[in-house]
Design a protein around this ligand. Structure first.
Ligand code: ZN
Ligand code: ZN
Length: 290
């Protein structure tokens, strides 16, 4: 059921691409969609998540502000809301108080369908805001972060409208603006929302659990690339402050590669890379044996 609910709309979207190609979708639209997707998604995964929520590395003011703006382009709420919700998620993962656990209603098939909906999207529609004084006083005390938080409405507007402006300017036609708005604005934001929400729903339901955790988080390899490495979610719950979530040899983690690049450029330091001895201690097989 979970896979169907996610895969069918996604397959429909893929099927629409060849139908639209040539008249309602161009290389420019595709390039803009990928560009905006990558920047806004890394803003969430590297910025809102690994940096602002978990402090996986340190950085200077320019990168800090850039990450806050890039993450806001993903239209998932201002950085302070996002971080407060996510810190609450870790504090109560899959227990009472977790803002988005798919296990909230129980373990029967009907309860899980309801839970999946709640974890994926329902929690946003019916939620009470997490207490920011309690969960992110560090961000409330940062004037730069608060400024970007207040800009959220304008950044959202830009995220929808910028692709249209670029599409219109490059093609010199109104139709060019319309198709860029559709693909690089609407479709890109919808897709990035579903991928991000899948970390809350799918990555707490199905998949592998090679690491020792007290919740139901899982690793889901099919989402690794689209989620920029966030779907190695079982390791993330085992070691939340780690800058790298995909620690296996074939576990692609584009967010970790981005942080490594920032480190090489001197923009990030004190990066919390996973240490082999620590990982050994976190293996699920080890806890079963001891
Ligand atoms: Zn989680
Ligand atoms: Zn986290």
């Amino acid at each position: 059921m979970t896979y169907l609910a996610v895969l069918v709309p996604f397959a429909a979207l893929i099927a629409a691409i060849p139908l639209a190609w040539g008249w309602g979708l161009s290389w420019l639209d595709a390039g803009l969609a990928v560009g905006f997707y990558v920047v806004s998604m890394l803003g969430i995964t590297v910025g809102f998540h690994r940096y602002f929520t978990h402090g996986a590395f340190r950085s200077g003011r320019a990168l800090r502000i850039s990450l806050a703006v890039a993450g806001s382009l993903a239209v998932q709420g201002p950085v302070t809301h996002w971080v407060a919700d996510h810190r609450r998620h870790h504090a109560f993962a899959d227990k009472d108080g977790d803002p988005h656990s798919p296990w909230r209603y129980g373990t029967s098939p009907a309860a899980l369908v309801r839970g999946f909906w709640h974890a994926h999207l329902g929690w946003i529609l019916e939620r009470t805001l997490s207490d920011q004084q309690r969960y992110c006083p560090d961000l409330l005390a940062d004037p730069d972060v608060m400024r970007v938080s207040r800009w959220f409405g304008w950044i959202t507007f830009a995220s929808f409208v910028l692709p249209a402006i670029i599409g219109g300017a490059v093609t010199g036609t109104f139709w060019g603006a319309v198709t860029a708005f559709f693909w690089a604005g609407l479709v890109r934001i919808a897709l990035s929302h579903h991928v991000a929400w899948s970390t809350n729903s799918i990555c707490h339901m199905v998949g592998e659990r090679p690491w020792r955790v007290r919740d139901r988080s899982t690793n889901v390899w099919p989402l690794a690339i689209l989620s920029m490495g966030e779907s190695w979610h079982n390791l993330h719950h085992a070691d939340p402050t780690s800058a790298r979530h995909g620690v296996g040899r074939f576990e692609i983690d584009l967010s970790a590669e981005t942080i490594a690049l920032f480190e090489k450029l001197g923009w990030a330091w004190k990066v919390r890379w996973p240490r082999p001895e620590r990982l050994e201690n976190l293996r699920a097989t080890k806890s079963a044996a001891s």
